[in-house]
Design a protein around this ligand. Structure first.
Ligand code: UDP
Length: 257
């Protein structure tokens, strides 16, 4: 991890990157961020795309390894209104929220247009297959290279990596929840034969038809998190970090940390 070396220096000079509580976020709009993906998909080394939200930034605050991994990413899109609020409070100029599921959908449309291939890793037994079915029904031209569930042990991991590498998908979607998916991608990035690996979390449950995206009205008012909370009250514990995040944002600003 070249955190204090050249790579970090280059990143500090990248005017498209801002830091929220030490986590690098790209302040690009959706289309510009997507152009980066297109470039990555034509390259010859694995590029990592992550979708940090408020919860992930708070986890990264306690988990240095996770923070370093997020900061090694090739593209971190802001997937949470908390981050947009922090950007406004600190005049960081993030253009707006980019929902991971919208970015994934745009990637799928691109794959459909270009005949690119995908592999999905993650979810409970049958969920990745369900997501594949959902995707196939919408995008006939995508080449599906395979899927694997997300509850595997370390021994199985080698078999999964072999399976992915045998198929050489262009894009690997990893849904193991954060921070597991980002750590998994980072740990295996030098041995995975894919062009882009993206952490997609619960998006595959939506593609599999197990959970629904919030209605437009919730999305437009920045209340997608609230809809998910109503649908899945067990998320309350995870969401308690949101007020903590806002308090910390103001505290850091006032005390100039
Ligand atoms: N998941 C998995 N393996 C794990 C933990 C989670 O495959 O060890 C899957 C889980 O079944 C779900 C997805 O990861 O399909 C996203 O989980 P989570 O709800 O934590 O993510 P979020 O909704 O916040 O993106």
């Amino acid at each position: 991890m070249i955190i204090n070396g050249q790579k970090e220096e280059n990143r500090n000079m990248d005017t498209n990157i801002v830091r929220i509580m030490g986590v690098q976020i790209f302040k690009l709009g959706f289309d510009e961020a997507f152009m980066k993906f297109v470039k990555f998909s034509k390259g010859n080394k694995l590029r990592m795309i992550f979708t940090p939200n408020t919860e992930m930034v708070m986890i990264a605050n306690k988990d240095k390894e996770f923070k370093n991994i997020l900061n090694e990413s090739d593209l971190n899109i802001p997937d949470g209104y908390g981050l947009i609020l922090a950007s406004k409070i600190n005049q960081l100029e993030i253009v707006g929220k980019i929902a991971g599921i919208d970015f994934m959908t745009k990637i799928l449309e691109y794959c459909n247009r270009t005949g690119s291939s995908i592999f999905i890793l993650g979810g409970s037994e049958g969920v990745a297959e369900g997501a594949i079915k959902g995707i196939e029904s919408m995008y006939k031209n995508i080449e599906i290279k395979g899927s694997y569930h997300g509850y595997f042990d370390e021994q199985e991991e080698y078999h999964i990596i072999d399976k992915i590498n045998e198929k050489k998908p262009d894009i690997l979607f990893v849904a193991l929840g954060a921070p597991k998916q980002e750590k998994w991608i980072y740990k295996n990035k030098s041995i995975l034969n894919v062009k882009v690996a993206m952490g997609v979390g619960g998006s595959i449950d939506v593609w599999a038809g197990l959970s629904k995206r919030a209605p437009k009205i919730f999305i437009n008012f920045g209340l997608e998190w609230f809809y998910r909370l109503i649908k899945q009250p067990s998320r309350i514990k995870r969401m308690m970090v949101i007020p903590q995040f806002i308090i910390k944002t103001y505290y850091d600003k006032i005390f100039n940390r």
